[in-house]
Design a protein around this ligand. Sequence first.
Ligand SMILES: NC(=O)c1ccc[n+]([C@@H]2O[C@H](COP(=O)([O-])OP(=O)(O)OC[C@H]3O[C@@H](n4cnc5c(N)ncnc54)[C@H](OP(=O)(O)O)[C@@H]3O)[C@@H](O)[C@H]2O)c1
Length: 384
Amino acid sequence: MEANKGINRRRFLKATAAIGTALAVQPAIDQAKASHTTRHEESSSTLKNVDIPYRTLGTGQAAFHVSALGFGVMGMTYNRSQHPDKQACIRLLHEAVERGVTLFDTAIIYGPLTNENLAGEALAEFKGRINVTTKFGHEVINGKGTGRQDSRPATIRRYCEESLRRLRLDSLPLFYQHRADPNVPAEEVAQTIADLMKEGKVRHWGMCEVSADTIRRAHAVCPLTAIQSEYHLMHRLVEENGVLEVCRELGIGFVPYSPLNRGFLGGGINEYTVFDPHNDNRQTLPRFQPEAIRANMRIVNVLQQFGRTRGMTSAQVALGWLLQKAPWIVPIPGTTKRSHLEENLRTFDFSLTAEEWHELETAVSAIPVVGDRYNAEQERQVEG
Ligand SMILES: NC(=O)c1ccc[n+]([C@@H]2O[C@H](COP(=O)([O-])OP(=O)(O)OC[C@H]3O[C@@H](n4cnc5c(N)ncnc54)[C@H](OP(=O)(O)O)[C@@H]3O)[C@@H](O)[C@H]2O)c1
């Protein structure tokens, strides 16, 4: 067991050494082209010892160098029905580190608190070599979410201290505002983060589900590293509402959350799937009602058909499509399974042309998506 751990550590150190070298050679983000992604193109010769490529979110002082696929930790305790026990989750997170993943995503509201606690317990030992990003904004009182937003400066400061404690860190690699607070202007939030950065408590910051206008206002006060919003083949709003455009213009990275549409694009969900009534928000989402699932299976079929002749699974098609959109995009799929981790990381084994991706996009676009992504209450919390 101990010897095994030693081997794992040697492989991890080898990977992180290569990441350090890659930092020096990473090209400027705005010079990078938004063409199709291949392992060879992105992995310069300095990276040949690592399994996956790396990308940079943000520019200048806001630049944040991470694995090109992150790991969404949420489903290991929250909102994705049953999950393995804590030790199994820790083993899987360690496996992801060993495979070269350096970006792990959690939030205070996941659980609440249980997900940050898990990430802290599992990943604190890799402090400084991998990054656990977390999020503030949803009000949590006595370990329970209230459904309200609270991004007042004093609350952000308190949440920051509490997250540092749970994650067992001295500074947060990236702190996102989870949802905009209608009572606190973006400039005030940005200034609070700028102050926390000066104090060394936060290194980078980001915002989730905000409009292009909010991004501009916040970025002017404190440069943003990443915007994290929902983006996948069944939800392409950020292509239309100016968010991706403003990220490109200002050199801000983009982190698509739920890149497999909460597992749906992986093909393992059908109209008979039963979601845990106590721990799964999918049962409340219009798009996950049985009739919507039945109708939307046609989209999964297109991904499966497209993947079949290329040896790809539908999950790999979905992730590959996002990765080829721009070199400053870093999806964060979540999983509780070693086989899915492997499958997702193996997306980098495939190299498709722009024409092939266009063919996929055209075929998917021809099928109307049935059901909204959020219910009315959740939709109210996101900026258009
Ligand atoms: N900022 C925000 O507002 C926000 C909102 C939601 C999520 N997030 C972040 O985004 C992360 C990912 O989101 P998500 O969990 O909602 O959605 P997701 O990554 O699209 O899907 C996760 C689901 O897909 C399944 N899956 C993973 N790989 C698969 C594969 N290769 N084939 C088939 N199924 C596969 C997982 O099940 P198994 O466990 O069985 O693999 C899991 O239930 C979260 O962990 C969280 O960090 C952020």
